[in-house]
Design a protein around this ligand. Structure first.
Ligand SMILES: Nc1nc2c(ncn2[C@@H]2O[C@H](COP(=O)(O)OP(=O)(O)O)[C@@H](O)[C@H]2O)c(=O)[nH]1
Ligand SMILES: [Mg+2]
Length: 224
């Protein structure tokens, strides 16, 4: 733990146990090798509770229309609601309940892979547990990490969570239909994101209506 002295209030900077993170990273590498062996593209979907992770996965599946060739691992504290919502799109879904854990980790994914019927599966979505803090530090072995944020989370969501947005390969701003009502300026959020992570495409979407979904599909390197 570092204590940062500044002119304002005292700031405590707590680092997670290094060994724990290193172990997770090495398991993540093993997961990635496993995906590569099976020629599966794995995508980790992160974001706050209610940002639209499940709705986005459903919208992508609808647009791609490749049903059973897609598998989804749905992380949730205690329920299987999202797994059931995604299953109706025809994907094979495995639910991972994390109890009190605020993120999935590479070991949980390793166990979930064993439960997945991977024959013929080309694409795997992993819906991470909903928050913008813990999942960033725990790569799962996915080839791409996407962060969904939404205008209903207010104007400071990106500046307050630089670590997870830095981790992202693709950043998605959802619920643009509600931007005016929320008095949130999508261009400002885009500027905030570009400052933290200039390389990640920033895509504005409405996951319910489908606006922007083709751009997300393109940014993830998926084919329609
Ligand atoms: N207005 C609007 N609502 C959305 C949009 N995307 C998702 N929602 C709604 O937001 C709520 C949370 O979405 P969900 O996908 O369950 O979020 P998750 O917790 O991140 O998986 C649901 O009621 C969705 O219907 C959007 O683009 N616009
Ligand atoms: Mg969800």
């Amino acid at each position: 733990m570092k204590i940062i002295k500044s002119k304002g209030p005292e700031i405590f900077d707590i680092e997670l146990e290094k060994a724990l993170l290193a172990k997770n990273r090495s398991l993540a590498k093993a997961n990635k090798k496993r995906f590569d062996r099976s020629k599966i593209l794995a995508i980790d979907i992160m974001g706050s509770i209610g940002s639209g992770k499940t709705t986005l996965i459903k919208a992508i599946l609808k647009k791609l229309g490749i049903g059973k060739k897609v598998a989804v691992i749905a992380g949730d504290l205690t329920t299987s609601i999202d797994a059931e919502r995604i299953e109706v799109e025809g994907a094979h879904v495995v639910q991972v309940n994390t109890g009190k854990e605020c993120h999935l980790d590479a070991n949980l994914i390793h166990q979930a892979i064993d439960r997945l019927k991977l024959d013929g599966v080309k694409l795997l979505f992993i819906e991470n547990v909903g928050n913008l803090i813990c999942p960033g530090e725990f790569p799962l072995g996915a080839h791409k990490r996407l962060v969904v944020t939404s205008v209903t989370e207010g104007p400071y969501m990106i500046v307050k969570h630089p670590y997870i947005f830095r981790e992202a390969d693709v950043i998605v701003l959802n619920k643009i239909d509600l931007a005016k009502a929320m008095k949130v300026n999508p261009s400002q959020l885009q500027k905030d994101a570009k400052k933290i992570n200039p390389n990640a495409p920033f895509i504005r979407i409405n996951a319910l209506s489908g606006i922007g979904i083709p751009k997300v599909i393109n940014a993830l390197g998926l084919k329609t």
